[in-house]
Design a protein around this ligand. Structure first.
Ligand code: FES
Length: 106
């Protein structure tokens, strides 16, 4: 099954089922992840900095393309409330969207 490894959450591994967004998989695994707009694609706080396996994510959604085009989503970032995953990938919670009550390993 596709899997995301969140490196700065002590390499926590999350399996992502088909038809699920990565954010839905994080929620199902009980991992708290910032999602200021309620996972509706209206902010960018759910973004992940992808360090490995960028090619294993589904195609950019229209929402992600809009943020990419206006410079609010970098080439190595995905919005987890939008993105699907079809293989193994690793990434980081960006410094700006770390939750104050969550323990990060770096
Ligand atoms: S939670 Fe707002 S865009 Fe994903």
């Amino acid at each position: 099954m596709p899997k995301l490894i969140v490196q700065n959450l002590a390499n926590r591994q999350v399996e992502v089922a088909g038809g699920q967004t990565v954010f839905e998989a994080l929620q199902a695994a009980g991992i708290d992840w910032m999602h200021a707009c309620g996972a509706k694609g209206r902010c960018t706080t759910c973004r992940l900095v992808v360090t490995e396996g960028l090619e294993h994510f589904g195609a950019l959604t229209a929402t992600e393309t809009r943020y990419r085009d206006n410079g609010r989503l970098q080439q190595n970032e995905r919005l987890l409330c939008q993105a699907t995953l079809h293989g193994k990938a690793s990434g980081l919670v960006p410094e700006q969207t770390k939750l104050p009550h969550q323990q990060y390993s770096f």
